[in-house]
Design a protein around this ligand. Structure first.
Ligand SMILES: [Zn+2]
Ligand SMILES: [Zn+2]
Length: 175
């Protein structure tokens, strides 16, 4: 999947689209995130200049995840853009294009032979597209540590002023 022969990239560039199927995506993003229809789509615009291939990519689509606080399922819209530069390994020392000097953030991969592999790039970017510890909403109240009730559905019957007996004595200590 997503091995692009450099010769296929014309002067006008090349556009490539690929649906990222569940079975491929889920091992990368799981277990907190998982696939959902429609799948994540990857779209690429490739341009070639000499021994350099510049890839502009965009990932879009819908995923589901388990909320870090309340453990309910929620959906996440992927909308992630990235740019990556591939340079032919044989040209490594001699042919670094001038435009790269001004943009040190660009990641560079050296490619051997006559094709660039986009699959490892997509695998890396889809992980970067996802938040760490995602929540179903900014105001998610989570679950009660005592009874396990989802507090987004309303308060539980554990009154907040009931103190665990192990802590009750601490409360009496005057600081
Ligand atoms: Zn939640
Ligand atoms: Zn409770």
């Amino acid at each position: 999947m997503l091995r692009i022969a450099v010769d296929e990239i014309s002067e006008n560039g090349l556009e490539v689209q690929q649906d990222l199927v569940r079975a491929w995506v889920e091992p990368l993003i799981g277990p907190q995130f998982y696939g959902r229809d429609p799948f994540v789509k990857a779209a690429f615009a490739l341009n070639r200049a000499g021994h350099t291939v510049i890839v502009r990519g965009h990932l879009s689509g819908g995923l589901a995840f388990v909320c870090s606080r309340c453990a309910e399922e929620a959906s996440f819209q992927v909308d992630h853009s990235f740019t990556h530069v591939f340079i032919e390994a044989a040209a490594k020392a001699t042919n670094v294009p001038g435009e790269m000097d001004s943009d040190e953030d660009l990641e560079v991969t050296y490619y051997d032979g006559d094709a660039v592999e986009l699959e490892p790039l997509v695998a890396e970017e889809i992980v970067l597209a996802l938040p760490v510890a995602p929540k179903c909403s900014d105001g998610c109240k989570g679950i009660c540590q005592n009874c396990g009730k989802n507090l987004n559905e309303g308060p539980c019957s554990c009154a907040s002023d009931v103190v665990d007996p192990r802590w009750a004595r601490l409360k009496e200590i005057k600081i």
